[in-house]
Design a protein around this ligand. Structure first.
Ligand SMILES: *Cc1c(COP(=O)(O)O)cnc(C)c1O
Length: 369
C-alpha cells in the first residue's frame, strides 16, 4: 500500500466544483491583487474574523510576513529581545531577526514538545519586549498562563497559529488570547490556500490599521502613502479559495482528530511515544508526531512499506547554522536537542481511510530493529 505524507489532490477533488467556480469568478472579475477594493479579500477577512471571533483580520502574503509585520507594528527592533520556542519552523525566529531584534529561545516540554512555560520567566531580561508562543503541531499551549506572565512583565504576546487553525485552550480558540496572532495558509496547513498566503488577527484597531498599512506600501487609500511599507498582499485567488475551504475546516479538523485517535489506539504505546494531549487543549493535529530512538531506521522501514513520513524538525532552531553565532551547545536546550533525533511525523490528513491507518499502525508495530 502506498500512503503519501499529504494528499492535497484528494481534498481538491472533494470540493472541485466550488473551488473551480470561485477561481473562475476571481479571473472574470480580474480581482487578482489584494487590497481594500478586492471583494474576495474583504469577504475572506470578514469570514475569518467571525470564525475566530476577533474584530480584525488583515490578509497578507504569507505566514512569515504576518509575524514580521506584527513585530514592526509593535515597534520591536534592534536591541530588543523576543522569546520564542526552541522547536518550531524557522519563521518564528527568522521574523524576529529580520526586524533586527534577538530571538531568545526557550526549551520545550518533553511530553508535548510545546514551549516549556515554566522556563519562560528565566529567559526574560530588561530587553525582552515580546513572546511568540507557537501552537506546535496543532496542539494548544496554556495561553492563560502565558498571558498572566506577559501581564506581569508587560510583554506583547503574538501567537503563532500557523499550525493551529481552530485549536483551542479551555474552549477558547488559539489566536484569540494574545495581543495579536499570526496565521499561515501555506497549502499543506489545516486551512491552506493554493499558494502562499497568511493573515494577522487582532482585537486592536490601532495594530490592525498599522499592519494593513505596512502590508500595502504604507497606504490605506491608493497613493496616500503615510509611511514606508512593503508589498505583502494576499492574492484574490487565494482569498476566494480560502472562503470556500473555511466552510470545511471544522469537518476536516474533526477527521484529523478522529484519525489521530485511531492511530493512537492502534500503535503499540510500549514501543513508541505517541502524541500527548492535555485535557484542556483541543489539538487539531496539523501533524501527528511519534518518537522512537531508532528514528532513521524506522523512517527507512516505513518508506520501504510505501509509507511516506517527514521530520518536524530535524534540528531545533538554536542548532541551525543560522544561529551558530550564538554558540549554543546541546546542554543549552537539552530537551529540544535530544527529542529532535527521535521525532517522526506520520501521514495524518482528513481523507486517510481506516484501512490506511490500520496499515500505518501495523507497519509500526512490526518494526523490530
Ligand atoms: C508554516 C509556518 C509559518 C510560516 O508560514 P508561511 O506561510 O510558510 O510563511 C510560521 N510558523 C510556523 C510554526 C509554521 O509552521
Amino acid at each position: 500500500m502506498r500512503i503519501p505524507f499529504v494528499d492535497l489532490k484528494l481534498q481538491y477533488q472533494s470540493i472541485k466544483s466550488e473551488i473551480d467556480s470561485a477561481i473562475a469568478s476571481v479571473i472574470s472579475d480580474t480581482a487578482f491583487i489584494g487590497g481594500s477594493s478586492n471583494k474576495y479579500i474583504t469577504r475572506f477577512e470578514k469570514d475569518f474574523a467571525s470564525f475566530l471571533n476577533v474584530t480584525h483580520v488583515i490578509s497578507c502574503a504569507n505566514g512569515t510576513d504576518s509575524i514580521e509585520i506584527l513585530l514592526e507594528a509593535y515597534h520591536i527592533r534592534t536591541g530588543d529581545e523576543v522569546i520564542v520556542p526552541a522547536l518550531s519552523w524557522i519563521s518564528t525566529s527568522e521574523a524576529v531577526g529580520r526586524v533586527g531584534a534577538k530571538p531568545v529561545f526557550v526549551d520545550v516540554c518533553k511530553d508535548t514538545l510545546l514551549m516549556d512555560i515554566n522556563k519562560i520567566e528565566e529567559a526574560i531580561t530588561p530587553a525582552t519586549k515580546a513572546i511568540i508562543p507557537v501552537h506546535l503541531y496543532g496542539n494548544a499551549l496554556d495561553m492563560e498562563a502565558i498571558m498572566k506572565l506577559a501581564g506581569k512583565y508587560k510583554l506583547i504576546v503574538i501567537e503563532d497559529c500557523a499550525q493551529a487553525h481552530q485549536a483551542a485552550y479551555n474552549g477558547k480558540m488559539t489566536g484569540t488570547f494574545g495581543h495579536a496572532a499570526s496565521f499561515s495558509f501555506y497549502p499543506g496547513k489545516n486551512l491552506g490556500a493554493y499558494g502562499d498566503a497568511g493573515c494577522i488577527a487582532t482585537n486592536s484597531e490601532e495594530i490592525a490599521v498599522t499592519c494593513r498599512m505596512i502590508a500595502n506600501h504604507g497606504q490605506l487609500e491608493k497613493h496616500n502613502h503615510v509611511m514606508e511599507g512593503r508589498n505583502s498582499r494576499m492574492d484574490g485567488i487565494h482569498a476566494a479559495v480560502l472562503s470556500v475551504k473555511l466552510n470545511y475546516l471544522d469537518e476536516w479538523n474533526n477527521k484529523r482528530i478522529k484519525n489521530s485517535e485511531l492511530l493512537s489506539k492502534l500503535i503499540d504505546a510500549d514501543k513508541y511515544s505517541i502524541p500527548v494531549v492535555n485535557q484542556s487543549a483541543k489539538h487539531v493535529f496539523h501533524l501527528y508526531v511519534i518518537r522512537h530512538a531508532k528514528r532513521d531506521a524506522l523512517k527507512k522501514f516505513l518508506f520501504e512499506k510505501g509509507i511516506e513520513t517527514a521530520i518536524h524538525y530535524p534540528n531545533a532552531l538554536p542548532f541551525l547554522k543560522a544561529y551558530s553565532g550564538f554558540g549554543y551547545s546541546p546542554s543549552s536546550f537539552p530537551v529540544a536537542f535530544s527529542e529532535t533525533q527521535k521525532l517522526l511525523s506520520l501521514p495524518l490528513f482528513p481523507e486517510l481511510s481506516h484501512e490506511q491507518i490500520q496499515y500505518i499502525a501495523d507497519s509500526l508495530n512490526e518494526f523490530n530493529p
